[in-house]
Design a protein around this ligand. Structure first.
Ligand code: FAD
Length: 417
């Protein structure tokens, strides 16, 4: 790796350096794992991360230049998904050096995969009311309880888990964040079937599942801080970028296979977002584009989509200026829900009763019907619309906080679940 601190960090110099590095190292016939090792070692994999952990400590602006250059050269980057989006940033911020050593590079290379084990049957919006119990056992911990809605848990190697470790302090103070090894006898994963026919989520049951002592993230009892950071990252709602159409060679074949498997639980997510891109083509195809009511509703959708785009630009500018993700993520998430619902409304207005028919012979191969039964998910995942409104009211508008009857009360005495 080059001496980052002493390097010329002008945009042109960074662009030239990454292009030269790709020129020297990229071979489409490399195994994907070998290519990702090279990428991680060079620091170009995650250029804004610290130089010791697969990055180069570059500013977000320079990081974007690197990403653009990697894309322009049509080379695979690190794996998409929860490991890179949520777990690694959280480990970088709160994990011990030992945890980072064990997991950062293996996440960047795709050797390990992750799921998020936060929600429980009685603790979704009230996440701090969680009751999965982790008790000390020698050097490590034993975990008993249940999680639910755990996307991708059926295939993940590790889980980012919140467990209750102290019942005698107020609810936010008795939570600890852990890395949980998923492939062990004490962990049982049962897939759930959704109303749109997909099966992304799972129930996960723990019966004396073992967690090594060194797999605590941050301090025992400080898990709520980890949870809040994770959720702020999650509300950025990252999506899987499109795969290049010109990719060839072994590394890409393996990257595409990996992506197809990783994206399986998310393949209905475009429909969950309401498919606003299909609204005008559908109105034209079905002869409804001159209907004044349809036109009015399409205009309303475009209005929402454009203001959300400007909001996202503003958030990106704040991030580029070095701000951490915060309450503004709630504005973006709420905007996505409103766009999705309006898009679904316009689709059903255009399609009429035919929009309810599912299956390959239905409108757009059943996509319009799938939109209708997938859109509700976006108002729930990562914190419901009502919870986003509370965050906006309290942290952005400065309105009085929601009363919390459990404040200061030991969790043992709180009615939870
Ligand atoms: C697509 C999708 C993917 C998901 N993936 C994961 C995952 O990988 N890992 C994970 O841990 N979880 C995951 N979840 C779970 C998600 O985080 C929870 O569903 C969400 O936080 C809501 O919790 P709940 O379902 O228990 O609803 P509840 O909290 O029971 O809420 C029920 C209703 O009451 C309302 N409500 C609750 N409290 C308040 C309040 N104080 N004020 C106003 N209204 C309130 C809610 O808005 C909602 O309408 C996923 C969910 C979805 C839909």
């Amino acid at each position: 790796m080059s001496d980052v601190a002493g390097a010329d960090l002008s945009p042109d110099a960074v662009r030239a350096e990454v292009a030269q590095w790709i020129e020297n190292n990229w071979d489409p016939e490399l195994p994907l794992a070998r290519w990702r090792e090279l990428l991680a070692g060079s620091g170009w994999a995650c250029p804004t991360w610290p130089a010791d952990w697969c990055g180069r400590s570059l500013t977000p602006e320079l990081g974007r230049i690197v990403t653009t250059e990697l894309k322009r050269a049509v080379v695979p980057g690190p794996p998409e998904g929860i490991g890179m989006m949520l777990v690694a940033p959280v480990l970088l911020e709160y994990g011990s050096d030992e945890l980072k050593q064990r997991f950062i590079r293996r996440t960047v290379t795709g050797e390990v995969t992750w799921c998020q084990l936060f929600s429980e049957p009685g603790a979704g919006s009230d996440l701090a009311g969680l009751q999965a119990r982790a008790t000390r056992d020698g050097d490590g911990w034993l975990l008993t309880g249940q999680k639910v809605w755990s996307t991708g848990a059926a295939t993940a190697d590790f889980g980012l888990l919140l467990g209750r470790t102290d019942w005698d302090v107020p609810k936010h103070q008795g939570i600890t964040a852990f890395v949980l090894p998923m492939r062990q006898p004490g962990v049982q994963v049962r897939p759930l079937r959704q109303m749109n026919g997909h099966s992304s989520f799972n129930e996960v049951f723990f019966d004396a599942a073992r967690i090594p002592g060194e797999y605590v993230i941050g301090e025992p009892g400080a898990g709520w801080l980890v949870a809040r950071t994770t959720l702020a990252h999650e509300r950025r709602l990252a999506t899987f970028p499109a795969l290049p159409t010109t990719a060839t060679g072994r590394a890409w074949r393996e990257a595409i296979a990996e992506r197809t498997a990783a994206a399986e639980p998310h393949k209905w997510y475009p429909q969950r977002a309401g498919r606003p891109d299909l609204v005008i083509p559908q109105a034209q195809a079905l002869g409804r584009s001159h209907d004044p009511v349809v036109r009015q509703e399409v205009a309303r959708l475009i209005e929402l989509a454009w203001s959300a785009r400007w909001l996202a630009d503003r958030t990106a500018a704040a991030r580029a200026a070095g701000q951490r993700p915060g309450a503004e993520g709630s504005l973006g998430k709420l905007a996505s829900s409103r766009i999705a619902r309006q898009a679904a409304r316009v689709h059903s207005l255009i399609a009429g009763a035919a929009g309810m028919l599912a299956g390959p012979e239905a409108l757009l191969g059943g996509t319009i019907a799938e939109i209708g039964v997938s859109v509700p998910g976006i108002s729930i995942a990562g914190g419901t619309d009502e919870i986003q409104r509370t965050i906006i009211a309290e942290r952005i508008l400065g309105l009085p906080r929601e009363p919390d009857v459990s404040a200061g009360v030991p969790f043992r005495e709180v009615r939870a679940g």
